[in-house]
Design a protein around this ligand. Structure first.
Ligand SMILES: Nc1nc2c(c(=O)[nH]1)N[C@H]1C(S)=C(S)[C@@H](COP(=O)(O)OP(=O)(O)OC[C@H]3O[C@@H](n4cnc5c(=O)[nH]c(N)nc54)[C@H](O)[C@@H]3O)O[C@H]1N2
Ligand SMILES: Nc1nc2c(c(=O)[nH]1)N[C@H]1C(S)=C(S)[C@@H](COP(=O)(O)OP(=O)(O)OC[C@H]3O[C@@H](n4cnc5c(=O)[nH]c(N)nc54)[C@H](O)[C@@H]3O)O[C@H]1N2
Ligand SMILES: [Mo]
Length: 768
């Protein structure tokens, strides 16, 4: 398809033959269709590996292959036959590679050898593992304080890798754990902890079979959690109501053809997913939810006045919650006018949605980045919790809270200690286990780590996976931050831009992926474990031969760095790396809920980590579920944008053909965009106001008045069903527009779904 007609027809339903076609293409591209198919058959199976795609749960009856188009892409991406050997680095300087796109870099294939940056030639050269470990240990030992180093984690790391990583970092002496969670579901953790005492979801996958209504808020599962669509589809077929809140009409939430359903595939049929689709303004969800609470209160008052049973579960609230009266007062004090203006919905729509809630015995609320990546995300999550508490929708079958996590083990990484603000309980337990004091001061999150690197307060950056440079805000600042480092280390499977801004001493350390066999020194294969969004912990063992004989597991690489930095006195690192059972034994001694870890993880589906709130045990200061009683945000960015001429609020989201900063391809089938990622989705009325036509070339400019020029050049407009005053486009290309200082209150999460911008037409406009 030529560049000119990148706007095409969107798929009529998510999933279906389009998904199958795309999968076949991926398998062929991975270069190994046969082993590729075998690889896929082992995804999310009891004796296979955990899919590195998303963190959606696995079904109990896991006999048939759980089909998921984007899971296939994630697996094929890792299991590719393409390689980037030392030869590749001999023929390209780092400066040259910096001009390549994210897509081209990762497309080159799997990293094969440990590499050290050589400044004289501006190239990465092969290095031995021992030499790398010694040099890294040398720099780490030379820093004047352990707080001078930042240890990043991306959420694909296994529990075992993450646990020994935090062990090393804390023994070294710091709690500096910036991690991808800081940019992702941090607000869910903070909000839920304050409201119900545990920062995780309270539902199991089985609850989706029992819910009467499911509220899907700020999430695009058709692309990002395709297996969730299967659960939503089954719920829809049973007659459950599915209420979607999303400013954009997302195809996957409207209709879905289940590739696992033979009849639907043959007949070209599909299932309607959303029974009710609401399009709030950007960041207008808290107002929408408060409006629903207001309607529930009104209905409850009326019912009680008429002598009918109450709508609100007052028995549950008096037994289990505090601050209910104050919440009622806060809702009463919130006017419908402010609710309607902030949410952008009509009163009828809000009352209709509240009606669905009241007519349903058991309700689940799910959410993702459309909620968490805002300034007021923590209180929005608390407001969703308030609403769910009104009818006791937490802690019983078919009901509960479900923040749908991103990376396949981001939740597990937190559980095992990747946390810059670790609880005293964890630190106490580590002290008891190791017999040495743990650092007690709060460490750096992602935003603070960047600031520390820029200020020269941090001088070393180590990354266990991920692509920090591209995932974080204000991209040009991060380049400066990396350039100032004495040491940068990237443990990675594929080459990305974070590797191309080397500090004074710099290494790329290639690791095994989850699909690969991880053998110890005796040739025995080892398994790792992960935790999904439903707190199920299960084993994962690779089945493919490693991409290169030089690769080491993440655990082994961390053990190597730890030994070179700390010696073997407190922990015998090599022994742990040679037998992950020993790491799991240590986890079971240190963390609650992991007793008999080694035995329980070897049964199909693993085990469930107890969630106290799901059992109505509330570990909040009041020992009760605690209502949030504050007001709505004074003004959202969307309201701000609507009040000013020419200002828009920008949200940055994922296409159907990417995994975060990994770009699989240039198409976004469900949104009807092909072969192009430099696009801005805009309401046709706004385009008219600007005098712009479809495919118009534009520059997008940050509007923060903070003296920093932020500009994303040469994007093209796509007319779209998106609220007026808001625009959307793809992450990571648009991260240049997200200011480092714009983050969530209480979460420090960059406001990637709410960025103030203007749009300037370019002179070199092409005809529509
Ligand atoms: N294939 C694939 N799978 C993935 C990923 C991937 O990149 N590719 N990434 C993984 C990761 S790390 C994560 S965190 C998840 C992300 O999963 P999602 O949260 O689904 O990801 P986004 O693409 O950021 O989509 C955000 C959705 O929220 C909506 N939204 C934006 N602002 C608002 C708002 O103010 N209110 C409401 N109600 N909605 C809003 C957007 O229109 C969009 O539909 O997916 C995980 N799974
Ligand atoms: N503007 C904007 N910014 C965002 C977001 C947004 O919606 N908008 N979303 C945010 C969110 S939700 C997240 S989670 C972050 C994601 O931030 P990150 O987790 O840092 O980014 P990824 O793109 O997932 O990382 C991809 C890289 O991980 C490495 N990798 C892949 N598999 C493995 C493995 O098994 N082991 C190791 N060691 N490395 C591996 C590869 O080298 C690959 O290049 O981005 C955040 N940034
Ligand atoms: Mo994420």
């Amino acid at each position: 398809m030529g560049k000119m007609d990148f706007i095409g027809k969107a798929s009529s339903a998510a999933g279906g033959w389009g998904a199958l076609k795309s999968v076949g293409k991926r398998l062929l591209e991975s270069g190994a269709p046969i082993s590729g198919a075998r690889t896929l058959l082992k995804a999310n199976q009891p004796d296979g590996f955990d899919c590195p795609g998303c963190a959606w749960g696995d079904p109990e009856h896991g006999s048939s292959f759980e089909f998921c188009e984007n899971g296939v892409k994630a697996v094929a991406w890792e299991a590719t036959e393409a390689r980037v050997p030392p030869d590749f680095f001999a023929s390209h300087t780092v400066s040259e590679l910096r001009t390549w796109s994210d897509y081209s870099l990762e497309k080159q294939g799997r990293l094969t050898d440990p590499l050290r940056y050589d400044r004289a030639t501006d190239k990465y050269l092969p290095v031995s593992w021992d030499e790398a470990f010694d040099a890294i240990g040398g720099v780490l030992k030379s820093l004047d304080s352990p707080d001078r180093a930042e240890f990043y984690t991306s959420g694909r790391a296994s529990n075992e890798a993450a646990f020994i990583y935090q062990l090393m970092v804390r023994l070294y002496g710091t709690n500096n754990f910036p991690d991808c969670s800081n940019m992702c579901h941090e607000a869910s953790g903070v909000g839920l902890k304050a409201s119900v005492g545990v920062g995780k979801g309270t539902v199991l996958l089985e609850d989706f079979e029992k819910a009467d209504a499911i509220f899907v808020i700020g999430q695009n599962p058709g692309t990002n959690h395709p297996r969730m669509l299967g659960d939503l589809r089954r719920a829809a077929i049973r007659g459950a109501r599915i209420a979607v809140f999303n400013p954009i009409r997302e195809k996957g939430l409207e209709r879905f053809t289940d590739p696992q359903d033979k009849l639907e595939m043959i007949t070209g049929g599909n299932t309607k997913i959303a029974t009710n689709y609401y399009q709030p303004r950007q960041g207008g969800d808290m107002a929408a939810v408060r409006g629903m609470s207001k309607a529930v209160f009104a209905a409850d008052d009326a019912a009680r006045a008429a002598g009918r049973p109450s709508v609100i579960d007052h028995d549950f609230l008096s037994a289990h919650a505090v601050e209910f009266e104050a919440y009622r007062a806060a809702v009463d004090a919130t006017s419908w006018d402010s609710i309607l203006d902030q949410s952008g919905l009509t009163r009828d729509q809000i009352e209709e949605a509240a009606g669905i809630y009241m007519a349903s015995n058991s309700v689940i609320a799910t959410w993702a980045m459309g909620i968490t990546q805002h300034k007021h995300s923590v209180i929005t999550i608390r407001e969703i919790t308030n609403f769910m508490l009104l009818r006791g929708n937490i802690g019983r079958p078919g009901a509960g809270l479900c923040p749908v996590r991103g990376h396949s083990n981001v939740q597990g990484d937190r559980t095992v200690g990747i946390d810059e603000k670790a609880t005293p309980a964890l630190l106490d337990a580590l002290e008891k286990e190791l017999g040495v004091p743990m650092p007690r001061n709060r460490g750096h999150n992602t935003v603070e780590a960047i600031t520390a690197m820029l200020d020269g307060k941090a001088q070393a950056f180590i990354a266990l996976g991920g692509n920090f440079l591209r995932a974080t805000p204000d991209s040009p600042l991060i380049i400066k931050a990396f350039e100032k480092q004495k040491l940068t280390v990237n443990i990675a499977t594929k080459l990305n831009h974070s590797h191309l801004v080397p500090g004074e001493t710099s290494f790329i350390l290639p690791c095994l992926g989850r699909t690969e066999i991880d053998r110890n020194s005796q040739g025995k294969s080892q398994i790792v474990t992960v935790e999904d969004s439903m707190s199920m912990v299960h084993g994962s063992g690779g089945i493919n031969e490693p991409a290169s004989p030089q690769l080491r597991s993440e655990v082994a690489i961390i053990a190597g760095i730890a030994q070179a930095t700390l010696g073997n006195e407190k922990v015998e690192w090599a022994k742990l790396a040679d037998d992950y059972d020993l790491i799991r034994d240590m986890i079971s001694r240190v963390l609650p809920g992991f007793q008999d870890f080694n035995a329980r993880v070897r049964v199909p589906r693993g085990f469930h980590l107890r969630n106290a709130a799901a059992e109505r045990e509330w570990n909040t200061p009041a020992q009760k579920a605690t209502f949030f009683t504050g007001p709505l945000p004074e003004k959202t960015d969307h309201q701000e944008a609507l009040s000013k001429n020419g200002i828009f609020v920008l949200q940055t989201f994922r296409s159907h053909d990417q995994y975060n900063t990994t770009i699989y391809g240039m198409d976004d089938r469900y949104r009807g965009v092909y072969g192009e990622r430099q696009v801005i989705f805009m309401n046709p009325k706004d385009m008219e106001k600007l005098g712009a036509h479809a495919k118009q070339r534009v520059d997008v400019i940050g509007e923060y008045g903070d003296g920093v020029e932020r500009i994303a050049e040469n994007f093209r407009l796509v007319p779209y069903n998106i609220p007026e005053g808001s625009v959307g486009g793809y992450y990571p290309e648009l991260n240049v527009l997200v200011p480092l200082h714009s983050y969530g209150e209480g979460s420090f999460t960059p406001t990637s779904k709410s960025v103030l911008v203007s749009v300037r037409l370019r002179a070199d406009a092409v005809a529509a």
